[in-house]
Design a protein around this ligand. Structure first.
Ligand SMILES: [Fe+2]
Length: 204
């Protein structure tokens, strides 16, 4: 079992950072950004934890601008996509499973919004951290067909029970399940690339 803390850190535009704690105290911090005091307070409130990883969903600065400060109180290696411009000691492979608690966190490469976009799935299928790939009711801005491929091949096949935790608070609610997204997010309901492109025009 994993506990997820969704942290409304402000930042560039209603950004979220996440603290995830496993039953044995293993902890990961995802996209440290915005108000570092909010992150610090969440880490302190979590009690006796063992920082395992800082995970980045992609290299856009608004998702890791508090990285340096966060490493002072959450000392853990940084993992990111090989193309990510942020300083990351661990360069992920698609499908890589990082040991975490009594399970793992899977890195799923989802190029589209950026070429270095990564989603992270908890092994018990309780949560999916999507960065700017998938928002509640929407997707991250993109120009290429890569996003359509990532969504159809790598996101839609995943378990409906996953809670989608995205990088910005852009939806009607801060988070909801992937099953709900599949039912009501128009970008997950496009039967073809052409339909997807039509839908994308609404984002411009
Ligand atoms: Fe972004």
């Amino acid at each position: 079992m994993f506990k997820v803390k969704q942290l409304a850190v402000g930042g560039f535009d209603h950004n979220f950072s996440y603290l995830v704690v496993a039953e044995n105290g293993d902890a990961v911090l995802i996209d440290p950004t915005g108000d570092v005091e909010t992150i610090r307070a969440a880490v302190a409130a979590a009690g006796a934890i063992t920082p395992r990883w800082i995970l980045l969903t992609h290299g856009h600065l608004d998702h890791w601008e508090a990285l340096g400060e966060a490493q002072i109180f959450f000392a853990a290696p940084v993992a990111a996509h090989p193309c990510c411009q942020a300083e990351a000691g661990h360069r992920l492979r698609n499908g890589e499973k990082l040991p975490f608690g009594d399970g793992f966190i899977e890195a799923i490469f989802t190029p589209g919004h950026s070429r270095d976009s990564v989603c992270y799935r908890l092994s018990d299928d309780s949560a999916l951290f999507t960065g700017d790939t998938l928002f509640v009711g929407c997707v991250g801005f993109c120009r290429s067909k890569e996003m359509f491929d990532s969504l159809t091949r790598r996101i839609i096949p995943l378990n409906d029970n996953l809670m989608v935790y995205s990088g910005h608070d852009y939806g009607s609610v801060p988070c909801r399940t992937l099953g709900e997204e599949k039912r009501s997010n128009p970008y997950l309901r496009c039967p073809s690339l052409e339909d997807f492109k039509q839908e994308m025009k609404k984002l411009v």
